[in-house]
Design a protein. Structure first.
Length: 483
């Protein structure tokens, strides 16, 4: 539902004088007193918010304290939600409840009923009613971004950043001119929107790029365009939300959290990157990749601080569920792959190498003692938060994305040499053997995986003496040797 001219619906709560509009004159030296809100006022957004809130309270809605842009009403059969983004309103619940809410809002404001929610603030919402799932993607916005920056026909890339790529500050001579600097900043902002809404696997790359928004160089712009190439390869990626995995037999809602941290991966100031993802069943609720505010003296310190920051977000989500009067299964698993940091976070170990850690960072230990969380070890290969702290290979990205409900497109088999698309892996392999390997013996001298758009395998293209791999960074066949 869209509210027409939403900002014109409120009453001014302060005295505001307005010069007489052009073409209207009512005495010389006279001014107007504003009675209703108009576009351009500093407080107009707050006025509209209060008007909408009052309208929803009239029919029994309550404002969610943990998220003030969300209202809810508990009925005998279910919960109905109303989510507002300025003048765009999304209602979620049983059909009769949603229709009743819409009818009330239509009486209060001039609105456009957009029907069943399929597109909301740039998010495509696809429902599978039989399985109780919602798929979220941003394919429309992704295409717009690619076209805006002239990358609609670019070669796809298998990873957001090149493996081992380390972005650092550039010298004054390498800085982009003002025009290109503006392009870089807008591009990073667009990538940030995609990452925050539906692209968790892009979080680390975007976080690194934002660190250089003030003084970008050509290398940073090239890295940002590489992320666009990754978007090209995975533009149909979508999040999977819902299902029955989020509720146990006692009707308690199941949450789990992965956290991780690199150590001193920022070469300019030796700071670390931490990241986390919070799952409701198998659905990702929130994720983050962020730079530590201080230098960590060891990998244990970095992981321990990451656990504290993650625990703060867990408490916010618990307030969210509490406001909705929903029970959460406690303790919540907090999964990390550093045993020393896990021991410190759970309060099970202590040593003389950590007294320098600030008291506020002991927050995770206190919550563990209260039984709110339970710090647990997870193998690094299954550490879903790894994609938020480092650049990974495509097989690893695919494996971890599957763990957090991010479904990569299954049918994007494209030969990177001639960019011919295929419907299956076998068809692509046959094409490479017949077209690009004809009369050639390719020496297998590296262990790089085969990457064709978003498809990856470590299996050779053929058996016997003719073995080929596609180099991940060049997208061409390795070491051709004529027979």
């Amino acid at each position: 539902m869209d509210v027409v001219s939403a900002f014109l619906n409120g009453q001014i709560d302060t005295t505001i004088y307005l010069t007489q509009p052009e073409g209207f004159s009512f005495g010389i030296g006279m001014v107007c007193i504003l009675h209703k809100s108009i576009y351009g006022l500093c407080q107009v957004a707050r006025i509209w918010y209060n008007v909408l809130h009052d309208a929803l309270v009239e029919i029994g809605f309550n404002r969610l304290v943990a998220d003030l842009a969300c209202w809810f009403k508990i009925t005998r059969l279910a919960i109905i939600f109303v989510i507002a983004h300025v003048d765009d309103i999304l209602s979620i619940g049983l059909q009769d409840d949603v229709l009743e809410t819409k009818e009330h809002l239509k009486k209060k404001f001039k609105t456009k009923d957009m029907g069943e929610g399929q597109l909301f603030i740039g998010l495509n919402l696809i429902r599978d009613k039989e399985k109780g799932l919602i798929f979220v993607d941003q394919s429309h916005y992704t295409k717009e971004v690619l076209e805006t920056y002239g990358m609609a026909e670019c070669n796809p890339a298998a990873t957001p950043l090149l493996l081992g790529e380390s972005l650092v500050k550039g010298s004054d001579t390498d800085l982009l001119p003002p025009g290109d600097k503006k392009i870089y900043q807008v591009l990073v902002g667009s990538l940030g929107y995609l990452m925050n809404c539906s692209w968790p696997d892009m979080a680390y790359a975007v976080t690194r790029l934002t660190q250089f928004a003030a003084f970008p160089t050509k290398a940073h712009l090239t890295a940002a365009k590489h992320v666009l190439r990754y978007l090209k390869a995975t533009q149909n990626v979508h999040l999977t939300l819902g299902g029955s995995a989020g509720v146990d037999e006692n009707d308690h809602h199941i949450l789990s959290v992965y956290f991780d941290s690199s150590w001193a991966d920022y070469k300019d100031d030796s700071r670390s990157t931490f990241g986390y993802v919070l799952l409701y069943g198998t659905s990702p609720l929130l994720w983050k990749s962020k730079k530590h505010k201080s230098v960590s003296l060891s990998s244990t310190d970095a992981e321990y601080l990451a656990a504290t920051e993650t625990t703060r977000e867990i408490c916010w989500v618990l307030n969210l569920f509490k406001g909705l009067q929903l029970e959460v299964a406690l303790p919540i698993p907090l999964l990390g792959d550093n045993e020393n940091a896990n021991g410190l976070a759970s309060g099970m170990t202590s040593n003389n190498r950590t007294p320098h850690i600030d008291l506020r960072q002991r927050y995770v230990t206190e919550k563990s003692a209260e039984g709110l969380i339970k710090v647990m070890w997870v193998p690094t290969i299954d550490q879903a938060a790894d994609i938020f702290t480092k650049s990974l290979s495509r097989p690893t990205i695919t494996h971890l994305c599957n763990k957090i409900g991010v479904i990569l497109p299954p049918s994007s088999h494209t030969c990177l040499t001639c960019r011919t698309p295929f419907n299956s892996n076998n068809a692509m392999h046959k094409h490479i053997r017949e077209v690009h390997m004809s009369g050639m013996l390719l020496q297998r001298f590296c262990s790089y995986p085969l990457i064709c758009a978003s498809y990856i395998t470590r299996e050779p293209l053929c058996t016997g003496h003719t073995v080929a791999y596609v180099h991940w960074s060049y997208g061409s066949l390795c070491a051709p040797v004529l027979q």
